[in-house]
Design a protein around this ligand. Structure first.
Ligand SMILES: Nc1ncnc2c1ncn2[C@@H]1O[C@H](COP(=O)(O)OP(=O)(O)OP(=O)(O)O)[C@@H](O)[C@H]1O
Ligand SMILES: [Mg+2]
Length: 362
């Protein structure tokens, strides 16, 4: 998958710019606040998702305009696409001149983004990592999103019940209904997460080895607060159901469901040490990047298409060896990299460089 042409109009500080990127590494450099991240954000929107910065659509329209207009030609799934996106009052998408809804657009242009906010994947608490896992799996298997929301509803119901039983002991027997649902959906969540992590870990391991020139090893795994083991879905269900039953006494005192995949985490270790607690800044950044690029590799294994990688400000804190790996060893991918210091990219062997200045590309 690769972008051949991009035109951005009235998007944030970019009044008008056009680029024709190359098929591999494209570097966008320039001083702070010139519009580098804005340009990546405009590309990202063609995935159909919300801004990776968490911005509202209205915030992305240039202050002097009432509509941002984006056009992109890209090659994917053995054919050329021409996509058009207007952001005004709502979004208007067109593919090949035909109007499309957001859900129809999803899955045509594939991309993964790494931005400094993704460092929270390594640095912050388990919530961020569960979210990363759940979003990544839902994108590959939309049914997983439905399972997840059913599971969360069942957990909420059990938690409400745990608090009510204190005053209405006759409700005790209804715990079984919700535990059955939690075990049913929870078993599927555990199964899907294990399968996904299994794939992701081997790709991320390989990428991290490349980044560190084979000197360090990244291991990721599924970290279950309470181990729900089992080969089959039935075994996982039985196990989880039993654990929920065992935890009743404890959960009735706290009013909170203590077992199940809503408590689990993704463990990220560099040479056997938890990256969150022991990793240096460069190691944490490398680990987050390896996870995101690993995510792209899993998407490729499912869809047959390599998503376009958008790497925002990835070079800072990385030494020259790691920078060189990103610039010259990520093969067969179209990658967009932003950085401030053009010295960071002096070792770029092939690829294109664009200077972003005051919302204009030179
Ligand atoms: N809707 C908007 N209209 C006009 N300008 C905007 C709008 N939204 C953001 N900007 C401006 O865009 C500028 C550039 O933002 P951007 O995040 O792309 O910078 P950058 O080149 O990535 O800088 P850095 O190197 O600091 O990350 C910001 O200074 C901001 O004020
Ligand atoms: Mg930026």
């Amino acid at each position: 998958m690769n972008i051949k042409y991009l035109q951005v109009k009235n998007f944030r500080n970019i009044e008008k710019c056009q680029i024709e990127p190359c098929e591999n590494v494209n570097v966008i450099f320039g001083q702070n606040a010139q519009g580098k991240t804005n340009l990546l954000e405009s590309i990202w929107l063609f995935t159909g998702c919300r801004s990776f910065r968490g911005s509202k659509d209205s915030e992305m329209i240039n202050f002097n305009s009432n509509k941002a207009v984006l056009d992109m030609d890209f090659f994917a799934f053995d054919r050329d696409y021409s996509a058009h996106l207007e952001i005004g009052e709502g979004r208007k998408f067109m593919l090949g001149g035909v109007k499309k809804t957001t859900s129809e657009v999803m899955g045509n242009f594939l991309s993964v983004v790494f931005s400094p906010v993704h460092l929270s994947l390594v640095k912050d608490g388990p919530y961020e990592r569960r979210r990363f896992l759940d979003i990544a799996i839902s994108q590959l298997k939309p049914k997983y999103g439905v399972t997840l929301s059913q599971y969360n509803k069942a957990i909420q119901q059990r938690n409400i019940l745990l608090k009510d039983i204190v005053y209405h002991s006759e409700l005790y027997d209804t715990l079984d209904i919700w535990e059955d649902r939690i075990a049913f959906y929870g078993a599927e969540i555990v199964r899907q997460r294990l399968g996904y992590i299994n794939k992701l870990s081997s790709y991320s391991h390989e990428i991290y080895s490349g980044l560190s020139s084979g000197k360090e090893h990244l291991t990721i795994g599924y970290d279950q607060q309470t181990v729900i083991a089992g080969e089959s879905k039935q075994e996982l269900y039985d196990n989880l159901k039993n654990q929920l039953y065992q935890s009743r006494k404890n959960d009735l005192t706290t009013g909170f469901t203590s077992v199940g995949p809503h408590r689990d985490d993704l463990s990220i270790k560099i040479d056997s040490l938890m990256a969150r607690n022991y990793g240096s800044q460069g190691q944490q950044r490398s680990a987050a990047l390896a996870l995101k690029l690993g995510e792209a590799a899993v998407v490729r294994s499912f869809s047959g298409e390599q998503p376009v990688a958008l790497l925002d400000d990835v070079m800072s804190e990385l030494d020259e060896t790691r920078q060189n790996y990103i610039l010259n060893h990520i093969k067969d991918w179209q990658v967009f990299i932003t950085c401030c210091d053009p010295n960071n990219v002096r070792n770029l062997k092939s690829g294109k460089k664009f200077e972003m200045k005051n919302g204009k590309v030179k």
